[in-house]
Design a protein around this ligand. Structure first.
Ligand code: HEC
Length: 159
C-alpha cells in the first residue's frame, strides 16, 4: 500500500509539473537547483561614516586634487603582489571590491585598515560590521610601512 502511494504521488507530481508544489517523498527525488541569492552589495549592513578615521597611527591625510601617478603606480604593484589574494577590482571576492572606496570611507580609515587591520577588526564599528559581512574572514596584517600604505592609498584613488 505504501509503495502504491509513492508511485501514485510520483505520478501526480509528474502530471502536475507546471505547478511548483512538489514535496520530497522517499524514493522520489526531485532534483532542484536552488541558487542562493548572493548579494553583490559589499556594503550590506555595513555603516558608512565618513567622519570615522578608524583605529591606528593615521590621524590625518590630505590628498592632492591631482593624483600622483608615480605614487599610484608604486601602490599598484604592491597591490598586485599582496592584496589580489583577497581583493578583486570590480567584484566582491574574499574581501570587498575596493573601487570607489573613498565614497564610503575616509582616507584615514582606509590607511588605518591597511596598517592595523587587527586593531580595526577588534575595535572599529565599520570594520567589525565588515568582518561579519565577510563571514569572519580576517584581513591579515601585511606589516606594511606608512610609505607603502600611502602609495596603496593613492592607487585606490584611481579605481
Ligand atoms: C587574507 C585576505 C586579505 C588580504 C591579503 C587583504 N585583505 Fe583587505 N580585506 C579582507 C577582508 C576579508 C576584508 C573585510 C573585513 C574583514 O572581514 O576582515 C577586507 C577589507 C579591506 C578594506 C575595507 C573595505 C571596505 O569596503 O571598507 C580595505 C580598504 C582593504 N581591505 C584593503 C586591502 C589592501 C590595500 C590590501 C593589500 C595591502 C588588503 N586589503 C589585503 C581581506 C584581505
Amino acid at each position: 500500500m505504501k509503495k502504491f502511494f509513492q508511485i501514485a504521488t510520483a505520478a501526480i507530481l509528474l502530471a502536475g509539473c507546471g505547478e511548483k508544489k512538489e514535496e520530497k517523498k522517499d524514493g522520489f527525488e526531485m532534483s532542484r537547483t536552488k541558487k542562493e541569492a548572493t548579494s553583490e552589495m559589499a556594503s550590506d549592513g555595513v555603516p558608512v561614516d565618513m567622519d570615522n578615521k578608524g583605529v591606528g597611527p593615521i590621524a590625518s591625510v590630505t590628498f592632492d586634487p591631482e593624483i600622483d601617478t608615480e605614487l599610484s603606480k608604486a601602490g599598484e604593484s604592491k597591490f598586485q603582489m599582496i592584496c589580489t589574494a583577497c581583493h578583486m577590482i570590480g567584484q566582491r571576492m574574499i574581501g570587498p571590491d575596493l573601487s570607489g572606496i573613498y565614497e564610503r570611507r575616509s582616507p584615514e580609515w582606509v590607511m588605518n585598515m591597511m596598517l592595523n587591520p587587527d586593531g580595526m577588526l577588534r575595535e572599529d564599528p565599520i570594520a567589525k560590521a565588515l568582518l561579519k559581512e565577510y563571514n569572519n574572514m580576517v584581513m591579515t596584517n601585511q606589516n606594511l610601512s606608512e610609505e607603502e600604505v600611502r602609495a596603496l592609498a593613492e592607487y585606490l584613488r584611481t579605481l
